[in-house]
Design a protein around this ligand. Structure first.
Ligand code: HEC
Ligand code: HEC
Ligand code: HEC
Ligand code: HEC
Ligand code: HEC
Length: 267
C-alpha cells in the first residue's frame, strides 16, 4: 500500500514536471544563459532590464531584436545565423519598426524622424532599449522631453490628448463591468481596441495641429461608443427593474394564495 502511494506520488510529480519543462525550455536561451553571467552593460543591465519589460511578457527575447541563434552556444552571435548585433543610432527606428510598422511610419514623417541624423530622438530615447514598458501618456514628461528643447510644446500635446485618454480609460472600465455581469461586449471591445491603437500611434507625429484635428475625430468615435454603452446600461437597468417588480408580484400572489388556502382549510 505504502509503495503504491509512493509510486502514485512519483507519477504525479513527473507529470507536473513534464508539463512545465517545455515552457521553461522555450523561455531560456543560450543568449540569456551566457549574458546573464556577464557584468554591467554586457549582461547584468540588459538582462535585468529586459526581464521587467513588456517584451519579456510577450516572449520577445534577445534574439528577436538582435538576431542570432538562441539554441547554439558556439554559433549564437555569427552573421551566418542572422546576428545583427547593436544597431547604430540612426538604424534604431528600422530595428524596432520591423515589428511596429505603423508607428515607424508616423515617426518617419514627423519632425523627430526627419532630424534623426542631427540628434533627433529615436524609439529607445523615449521608450528605453531593454526596459520597454506599456506606453502611456506619462512618457510625455518634463524630464524626458526637455533633454533637447523646452517643455512648452510637449506640454500642449499632453494636454491635447489627455481628455481623450481619460475617456478611453472610462469606457474600458464600463465595458469591463458589463462583461463581469455576463453581457456580450465583444463588439464594444473591438471598436475600442481599434480606436485605441490608432489613437496611441498619433503621438509620434508630434504635430500639434494634426493631433488637435484628429483628437476631435477620435472624440466623436468614442462619443458614439459611449452613447451605445449607456443605452445598453439603461436597458439593462430597466430590465432589472421590470424583473424585480415581477418577482415581487409573484411573491405577493403566492402569499395571497396561501392566505386564501388557509382560510378555506380552516373552514
Ligand atoms: C557563450 C557566451 C555568449 C552567448 C551564448 C551569447 N553571447 Fe552575446 N556576447 C557575449 C560576449 C562575451 C560579448 C562581448 C564581446 C563581443 O562583442 O564579442 C557579447 C556581445 C553581445 C552584444 C553586443 C555586441 C556589440 O557589438 O557590442 C549583443 C547585442 C549580444 N551579445 C547579443 C547576443 C544574443 C542575441 C545572443 C543569442 C542569440 C548572444 N549574444 C549569445 C557572450 C555571449
Ligand atoms: C526590444 C528589442 C531588444 C531586446 C528584446 C533586447 N535588446 Fe539589447 N539592445 C537593443 C537596442 C535598441 C540596443 C542599442 C541601444 C542604444 O544604442 O541606445 C541594445 C543594446 C544591447 C547591448 C549593448 C550594450 C548597451 O546596453 O547598449 C547588449 C550587450 C544587449 N543589447 C544585449 C541584450 C540581451 C542579452 C538581451 C536579452 C536579455 C537583449 N539585449 C534584448 C534592443 C533590444
Ligand atoms: C519623443 C518620444 C517618442 C519617440 C521618439 C517614440 N515614441 Fe513611441 N510613444 C511615445 C509616447 C509618449 C507614447 C504614448 C502615446 C499615448 O499614450 O497616446 C508612445 C506609444 C508607443 C507605442 C504604443 C502604441 C500603441 O499602438 O499602443 C508603441 C508600440 C511605440 N510607441 C513604439 C515606438 C517605436 C517603434 C518608435 C520608433 C520608430 C517610437 N515609439 C518612438 C513616445 C515616443
Ligand atoms: C520582434 C518584434 C519586436 C521588436 C523588434 C520590437 N518589439 Fe516592441 N513589442 C513587440 C510585441 C509583440 C509587443 C507586445 C504586444 C503589443 O503591445 O503590441 C511589443 C510592445 C511594445 C510596446 C508597448 C506597446 C503598448 O501597447 O503600450 C512598446 C512601447 C514597444 N514595444 C517598443 C519597442 C521598441 C522601442 C523597440 C526597439 C528597441 C521594439 N519595441 C522592438 C514586438 C517587438
Ligand atoms: C534627443 C532629443 C529630443 C528629445 C528627447 C525630444 N525631442 Fe522633440 N524635437 C527634437 C528636435 C531636434 C526637434 C526639431 C527642432 C525643434 O523644433 O526644436 C524637435 C521637435 C519637437 C516638436 C515640434 C514638432 C513640429 O512639427 O513642430 C515637438 C512637438 C516635440 N519635439 C515634442 C517632443 C516630446 C513630446 C518629447 C518627449 C516625449 C520630445 N519632443 C523629446 C529633439 C528631441
Amino acid at each position: 500500500m505504502k509503495r503504491c502511494l509512493t509510486l502514485l506520488m512519483f507519477a504525479v510529480v513527473a507529470g507536473i514536471l513534464l508539463t512545465i519543462q517545455p515552457v521553461v525550455a522555450s523561455a531560456a536561451t543560450v543568449c540569456i544563459e551566457c549574458h546573464g553571467k556577464l557584468a554591467g552593460e554586457l549582461g547584468e543591465i540588459p538582462v535585468a532590464h529586459w526581464e521587467t519589460s513588456i517584451h519579456a511578457r510577450h516572449r520577445v527575447s534577445c534574439h528577436d531584436c538582435h538576431g542570432g541563434d538562441p539554441t547554439d552556444y558556439a554559433m549564437a552571435m555569427t552573421a551566418e545565423r542572422g546576428f545583427i548585433g547593436v544597431p547604430a543610432y540612426e538604424d534604431i527606428p528600422a530595428f524596432c519598426g520591423r515589428c511596429h510598422v505603423g508607428v515607424e511610419e508616423d515617426y518617419r514623417e514627423s519632425l523627430h524622424g526627419q532630424v534623426l541624423s542631427f540628434g533627433g530622438p529615436h524609439c529607445a530615447t523615449c521608450h528605453d532599449n531593454h526596459a520597454v514598458q506599456v506606453a502611456t501618456i506619462d512618457l510625455i514628461n518634463e524630464i524626458s522631453c526637455s533633454r533637447c528643447h523646452s517643455y512648452e510644446r510637449p506640454a500642449r500635446i499632453r494636454e491635447q490628448i489627455s481628455a481623450t485618454e481619460q475617456m478611453l480609460t472610462r469606457l474600458e472600465s464600463s465595458i469591463a463591468s458589463l462583461y463581469r455581469v455576463g453581457v456580450d461586449t465583444s463588439r464594444f471591445q473591438e471598436d475600442l481596441f481599434a480606436t485605441r491603437n490608432s489613437f496611441r500611434r498619433l503621438f509620434h507625429s508630434v504635430d500639434i495641429d494634426k493631433i488637435r484635428a484628429e483628437t476631435a475625430r477620435f472624440d466623436e468615435d468614442l462619443e458614439q461608443t459611449r452613447t451605445a454603452l449607456s443605452e445598453l446600461e439603461e436597458t439593462l437597468g430597466t430590465r432589472k427593474l421590470v424583473g424585480g417588480a415581477l418577482v415581487l408580484l409573484l411573491l405577493l400572489g403566492g402569499c395571497i394564495g396561501l392566505l386564501i388556502k388557509r382560510t378555506y382549510d380552516k373552514d
